[in-house]
Design a protein around this ligand. Structure first.
Ligand code: TEU
Ligand code: CA
Length: 565
């Protein structure tokens, strides 16, 4: 049954900490490394075994740390290198591993390499970045960046454009430059030697670009177009990643996770097949792009929203669950710092807050793969309740507003509604610890407003409530972590064509788990054809089976287990 070589990270459960919004220990309103250290016992109590920290390196924070100005320095607001060492040591004392977030696709425009590079066309650092002449007085291509607008920015000094797939303060590195690559490997080796256990590698699928710079075919109502085929998953990415592996990772036992948003299963196999020596697993966004409304083209796809078709979602999940089997390893997640909160997105944050949050967790994390939980997910944190533009912090929000309202003529209200539902800030509001001021996140002035629902949704309250989302997560994650069958067992859908039930089994030689979830708030039922076995856990106190029919109430979820021999 188990054909893959067993690795420690198959048993791992990852908890993502967005340090800026986790816990502030010095009242400056910004979460810090000492704050993570203080909360290690809480993190441990969840049953997780590894912490993924979003970037902590020196940064002017145009994109909250993804714009790095010194790879060897720690962001002042977060603390010092000693704090990092202490965090690693304290985590290890508790058997918690640490994963860093590593950005190799771009730097900050305040990084010394870029400061040099822009000085002159013959500067030794010129080719660390991607520079190009304009095209008839316009940008070299019509490519659109991931934050909206052109990927090109004109630099007056040398009258050339530099490329930036993200904000204009984040120029893309030129991976064609051998010297740049070697400098980057030095950085990676430095951190690998500091004792971290894993690296999450940001936006890695974008490091190679088509240097013939073709125009994109633009079928949208926007002046620029996402032309992924020229800057995502190009074959050369694999060469670079293999080289990175060879240069940096050969010796160690480091877990590497490539962020590969648009990678499909075939690409995932290339990236994550142990034979290829690239990554151990990748994070794809495929299963979380199914509620984008493609018929709306005046904003980039991720801002629009339609109801997700559960059958399509099952198609995608099935492809990943089966496709990577024995050829790689899966990641399982609903949330990260780039997406709206899952309970607001696919659940019901008001009437069925508890039921839907618990159902979503049950559905996702007992599948085949390594779970990734975003801070606050375990207490059912929701999207923001912001009304004002000035409450938002994400650079991407401001680009959308400029492109769609100021330049594109769409209405303020319409775009604010999109921002409210889709912005990345939804995932980044301060962690809700208790019902005191600022949810106990800071005694100062928080860098970003706390959600007003913190009186109801907070760790302290849920901790003492046996029926809370928090305690459900604890039970579920411990179950997953300690059970071979839930780690390696075969995955099979049941009730595959049911439009609102998501149900599956996990089977190995000894047992068979059955997981049944109602993805909707409408009551429904399924025919029970076999005995599911012992009751393990669920989000309703009882089960309704009558005449071989199991009734499923709003967002009802149950886990059963049958011993086979
Ligand atoms: O996100 C990268 C990312 O989302 C793109 O790679 C993706 O391909 C694109 O949006 C198309 O779907 C990472 C970080 O997670 C994010 O927070 C950063 O802002 C970004 O990289 C830049 O570093
Ligand atoms: Ca602080």
């Amino acid at each position: 049954m188990v054909k893959v070589e067993k690795k420690w990270w198959h048993q791992t459960i990852v908890y993502q900490v967005y340090p800026r919004s986790f816990y502030d220990t010095n009242a400056d309103g910004i979460g810090d490394l000492k704050g993570v250290i203080e909360k290690l016992d809480y993190i441990k109590s969840l049953g997780v075994t590894m912490i993924w920290l979003n970037p902590i390196f020196s940064s002017p924070n145009d994109d909250n740390g993804y714009d790095i100005s010194d790879f060897y320095g720690i962001m002042d607001e977060f603390g010092t290198i000693e704090d990092v060492e202490e965090l690693i040591a304290e985590a290890h004392k508790r058997d918690l591993k640490i994963m860093f977030d590593f950005v190799m696709n771009h730097t900050s425009d305040e990084h010394p390499w870029f400061i040099e590079s822009r000085k002159s066309k013959d500067n030794p650092y010129r080719d660390f970045y991607i520079w190009k002449e304009g095209h008839d007085g316009e940008e070299p291509t019509n490519w659109e960046g991931f934050f909206g607008g052109s990927v090109w920015e004109k630099d007056e000094g040398t009258n050339e454009y530099y490329m930036h797939l993200f904000s204009k303060k984040m120029p893309d590195l030129n991976w064609e430059s051998e010297k740049m690559r070697q400098s980057m490997y030095d950085v990676a080796r430095f951190w690998a030697n500091k004792g971290v256990d894993g690296l999450r590698i940001d936006a890695i699928i974008h490091i190679a670009k088509d240097h013939t710079f073709p125009q994109g075919i633009n079928n949208t109502d926007r002046p620029y177009v996402l032309a992924d085929q020229y800057y995502a998953n190009l074959p050369q990415v694999h060469d670079f990643v293999k080289e990175f592996h060879q240069e940096v990772l050969m010796e160690g036992n480091l877990l590497t996770v490539g962020e590969a948003s648009t990678a499909g299963v075939e690409e995932a196999i290339q990236y994550a097949n142990p034979k290829n020596k690239e990554f151990d697993m990748i994070i794809s966004f495929q299963h979380l792009s199914l509620d984008f409304d493609d018929s709306i083209t005046y904003v980039p796809p991720k801002w629009s929203q339609k109801k997700m078709d559960l059958l399509v979602f099952k198609d995608v999940m099935e492809r990943w669950q089966h496709g990577l089997k024995d050829k790689g390893w899966n990641t399982l997640y609903w949330n990260n710092h780039d997406m709206p909160r899952v309970v607001s997105r696919f659940g019901n944050e008001d009437k069925y807050h508890r039921e839907s949050a618990k159902m979503l967790a049950t559905l996702m994390y007992l599948q085949w793969g390594t779970p990734y939980i975003l801070q606050g997910e375990e207490i059912g944190m929701t999207n923001t309740d912001y009304q004002e533009m000035s409450d938002y912090r994400d650079v991407e929000v401001f680009t959308l507003y400029r492109e769609a309202v100021e330049k594109g003529g769409r209405s303020h209200d319409e775009i604010m509604d999109m921002i409210h539902r889709r912005s990345r800030d939804n995932a980044r509001t301060p962690m809700q610890w208790n019902n005191e001021k600022n949810a106990g996140f800071t005694t100062g002035n928080p860098w970003m407003k706390v959600n007003r629902n913190y009186q109801n949704i907070n760790v302290e309250k849920e901790n003492i409530d046996a029926d809370s989302i928090l305690n459900y997560y604890r039970k579920l994650l411990h179950l997953k972590r300690d059970d071979e069958c839930l780690i390696y067992g075969d995955f099979q859908f049941i009730y595959r064509n049911h439009p609102q039930v998501y149900a599956y089994t996990r089977t190995d030689a000894e047992k068979k788990y059955t997981i049944i979830c109602n993805f909707d708030e409408q009551v429904t039922e399924v025919v029970v054809e076999e005995i599911f076995g012992e009751y393990v856990m669920g989000n309703y106190v009882d089960i309704e089976i009558k005449n071989n029919k199991l009734t499923l109430r709003p967002y009802e979820a149950h886990v059963f287990c049958k011993v086979i021999k």
